[in-house]
Write a protein that binds this ligand. Structure first.
Ligand code: GSN
Length: 222
């Protein structure tokens, strides 16, 4: 039997969280190596595991993969969540690219000084509600299917649900003007592997706290 994928990252979401989501939703068990110290990171560098001296790192199928996008594309293709042809894959790339841009805004705001955070949250919510959510509401309306691409479940659906939940953590009412996204959220959350991942005790990480931010800064010396 193939070994379980091994994920090297901090004990928090960051760039690894979408990888955890994809694996969990595909029903794949994975192991995690949690980086807590500078020494662990330096050891990975010394061993030549980090091509560009960066994490996330995922050991899978005899490869040591870095670059989040490359890892996600590999997993999406491997687990049949990447469309039925090149055109569907292009749409999935376009949709997930936009979602990742919004996720990145959320991810980095946790690292901003406390006095800038409120303003940053308002900026993120404004972008979500005026740019990203209307785009996906329109896609769902025009496409008229349960899923974003084709008529089957894909990585785009997983990624959209992940970002919806991230935005709702910042403002619980964020979806109030987007009825199709509300229905999408309910539908996708009920897919058995997702339902399981959303329950306590799964490998899903909580929103970043001060300890997580301090650990990342300490390990990377940033
Ligand atoms: O998407 C990717 O995996 C890369 N294009 C960027 C990865 C990256 O920036 N990793 C950071 C830590 S995770 N969060 O942002 C990292 O390892 N930074 C150390 C460094 O020296 O760049």
């Amino acid at each position: 039997m193939a070994e379980k994928p091994k994920l090297y990252y901090f004990n928090g979401r960051g760039r690894m969280e979408s990888i955890r989501w994809l694996l969990a939703v595909a029903g794949v068990e994975f192991e995690e190596v949690i980086l807590e110290t500078r020494e662990q990171y330096l050891k990975l560098l010394e061993d030549g595991f980090l091509l560009f001296q960066q994490v996330p790192l995922v050991e899978i199928d005899g490869m040591k993969l870095t670059q989040t996008q490359a890892i996600l594309s590999y997993l999406a293709a491997k687990y049949n969540l990447y469309g039925k042809d090149l055109k569907e894959t292009a749409l999935i790339n376009m949709y997930t690219g936009g979602i990742s841009d919004l996720m990145f805004l959320i991810m980095v705001h946790y690292f901003k000084p406390a006095e800038e955070k409120e303003k940053e949250i308002e900026f993120i919510l404004e972008k979500a509600k005026s740019r990203y959510f209307p785009a996906f509401e329109k896609i769902l309306k025009n496409h008229g299917q349960d899923y974003l691409v084709g008529n089957r479940f894909s990585w785009a659906d997983i990624h959209l649900l992940e970002v919806i939940l991230m935005v709702e953590e910042l403002r619980a009412t964020a979806l109030s003007e987007f009825p199709l996204l509300q229905a999408f959220k309910t539908r996708i959350s009920n897919i058995p592997t997702i339902k399981k991942f959303l329950q306590p005790g799964s490998q899903r990480k909580p929103p970043p706290d001060d300890h997580y931010v301090a650990t990342v800064k300490k390990v990377l010396q940033i």
